[in-house]
Write a protein that binds this ligand. Structure first.
Ligand code: HH2
Length: 273
């Protein structure tokens, strides 16, 4: 398959929007992460704080307690030989530092180093890869009437500014991924515009991450109140984003996404078996 990486979601939270509580138990989270790796995830994204609209912040020590042992176990079991990269989905310096100490090699920050600017220097020191995501406001307020001049141009300008900041702090350009932040301070039309024009974000010259998995915009287009029923919509959006040049796909349902992207890639690049 031509280059497409699947980032499997490992939420160690009681309140994530689509799988809150399912993997809150430490052993269950590790088993789930290993299952996602077996299904073809190249990156396992471990998170201890929900970012769903209206989510309440989690204190540093509690987020660290949730994530660090899971990162350590996954890095040991799946990370050997560079097969799988373990990622920490956090906005906090202390949580990221503990995760990097425990074997994580990727920091996924939905605030793009705005919540903790020192995170950039830490990522640089550890030579880790990172994802810088666009979000308007914060999870408590982001869905309250979001407005843009042109959503794609505004998101591009933001991501470029954050990438330049990261480079100034010492992060190597090739270790920076950018993400338009589907659902983070966006209406349905904003999300669709960003997906339809993903190629314009790709043109910035960085790897582009897309996170559409089970999100509520799918329910708005074709009713599926239970997030588990949004896998077909997730796949449709991922395939279209892949065709427009996105290369990293953050999903809960790894096997399904992998199959869809293998077919999309083989068709577009004639590189099937
Ligand atoms: N979406 C979520 C969380 N982290 N990170 C990136 N880079 N891109 C995304 O689109 C993204 C993300 C939200 O999904 P989930 O982790 O399933 O839910 P919750 O935040 O409620 O835990």
């Amino acid at each position: 398959m031509s280059y497409a990486e699947i980032m499997g979601v490992v939420n160690v939270t009681p309140d994530s929007f689509s799988d809150g509580g399912e993997w809150f138990d430490r052993d269950a989270a590790v088993t789930h992460g290993l299952q996602l790796a077996a299904e073809g995830a190249a990156i396992l994204d471990v998170g201890g704080e929900s970012t769903r609209p209206g989510a309440l912040p989690v204190p540093d020590d509690e987020e660290l307690r949730r994530t660090e042992p899971v990162v350590r176990a996954l890095a040991r079991a799946a990370g050997g030989g560079g097969r799988v990269t373990v990622s920490i989905d956090t906005t906090k310096l202390a949580v990221a530092e503990a995760a990097l100490d425990a074997g994580a090699r990727y920091v996924n920050d939905v605030t793009a180093f705005r919540a903790a600017p020192d995170l950039a220097g830490l990522v640089a020191d550890r030579n880790a890869r990172c994802c810088l995501m666009h979000m308007l406001g914060d999870p408590r307020t982001m869905q309250a009437d979001p407005r843009y001049t042109d959503v794609v141009d505004d998101v591009k300008a933001f991501l470029l500014e954050r990438a330049e900041f990261a480079v100034r702090e010492g992060v190597k350009e090739e270790l920076i991924d950018l993400d338009p932040g589907i659902g983070f301070g966006k209406t349905l039309q904003h999300n669709l515009e960003l997906l339809a024009r993903t190629d314009e974000i790709v043109a910035l010259g960085f790897r582009v991450v897309i996170g559409v998995s089970r999100k509520s915009f799918i329910d708005k287009l074709s009713p599926a109140p239970d997030p588990h029923d949004r896998v077909p919509g997730t796949i449709a959006a991922n395939v279209l984003a892949y065709e427009r040049g996105a290369r990293v796909f953050r999903v809960h349902d790894v096997a399904e996404a992998r199959q869809a992207l293998a077919v999309a890639s083989a068709t577009l690049h004639r590189d099937g078996a």
